[in-house]
Design a protein around this ligand. Structure first.
Ligand code: S6P
Ligand code: ZN
Length: 196
C-alpha cells in the first residue's frame, strides 16, 4: 500500500519538493524525476527552421521546458509540473512538442500556477480548440485531444498536470502532421494563425 504524502510546488519555478521526491533529476523512470527539453531536441516543432538552425549554429542552444513528475509502482495517477521558459524561435513562442495519449480513453488536467499561455488542442479528425492558460485556470483535456502548451509571456509558464499513469504519450502524428494552429508574435502581440 502506498503511503500518503505531500509535496510542495514552487509556483514560480515548478520545482517539487517533499518527503518522497528527493532530488528531481535525471530522466523519468516511472518512479520520480524530471527531464529538460532543449531547442536542439525540439527543433522540428517550430515553423522557422532557419531561425532554429541559426541559433544552434551560433552555439545558442537554449532550454525550452522542464517536466517534473512523481509516480511510483502501484500508483494510479501521474502528476507533476511543466515549466516553459519565455522566448520565441523566430516569431513563434516557446512551446511543448504536443502529444496524444496512447490510451485514447484517458484525458488530463492542467492547472496554471504562473505565467500566461495558450493550450492548443486537436482531435484525430483534425478539429482544433484553444484554451487560455493563466494563474488559476484549470484546463480539462478530454480523451482524444492532442495537447500542446505555448508560453506567451515574458516570464515562465508553470502548470501542474495530472493524468492516469497508464495514459502514455504518443508523438508520431503531431510530429508528422503538426497542430493546425501556430501562435506567432505579430506587431508585439500573439496571434493564432492557421497552419497546415
Ligand atoms: C503529460 C503532460 C505534460 C507534457 C509536458 C511536455 O501527459 O501533458 O507533462 O508531457 O507538458 O509536453 P510534450 O508534448 O512535449 O511531452
Ligand atoms: Zn498529456
Amino acid at each position: 500500500m502506498i503511503e500518503p504524502s505531500t509535496l510542495q510546488i514552487d509556483g514560480q519555478t515548478g520545482e517539487m519538493t517533499g518527503d518522497m521526491t528527493g532530488k528531481l533529476t535525471g530522466k523519468l523512470t516511472g518512479v520520480s524525476g524530471s527531464y529538460r527539453k532543449w531547442l536542439s531536441e525540439t527543433r522540428g516543432t517550430y515553423l522557422d527552421q532557419g531561425a532554429c538552425d541559426a541559433l544552434l549554429a551560433q552555439g545558442q542552444d537554449r532550454l525550452i521546458y522542464t517536466v517534473a513528475a512523481l509516480s511510483q509502482p502501484g500508483q494510479d495517477l501521474l502528476f507533476g509540473t511543466t515549466t516553459i521558459e519565455p522566448g520565441r524561435i523566430g516569431d513563434e513562442y516557446h512551446m511543448t512538442r504536443g502529444h496524444f495519449h496512447a490510451n485514447a480513453a484517458m484525458g488530463e488536467i492542467y492547472y496554471t500556477q504562473s505565467g500566461e499561455g495558450l493550450l492548443l488542442l486537436q482531435n484525430r479528425a483534425g478539429e482544433i480548440r484553444t484554451q487560455p492558460m493563466r494563474p488559476g485556470a484549470c484546463n480539462h483535456i478530454p480523451p482524444g485531444w492532442a495537447h500542446r502548451s505555448v508560453n506567451l509571456g515574458d516570464g515562465r509558464l508553470v502548470f501542474f498536470y495530472t493524468c492516469n499513469l497508464a495514459a502514455g504519450n504518443e508523438y508520431a502524428e503531431i510530429l508528422t502532421r503538426g497542430i493546425g494552429q501556430r501562435v506567432l508574435c505579430r506587431n508585439g502581440r500573439p496571434v493564432i494563425e492557421p497552419w497546415s
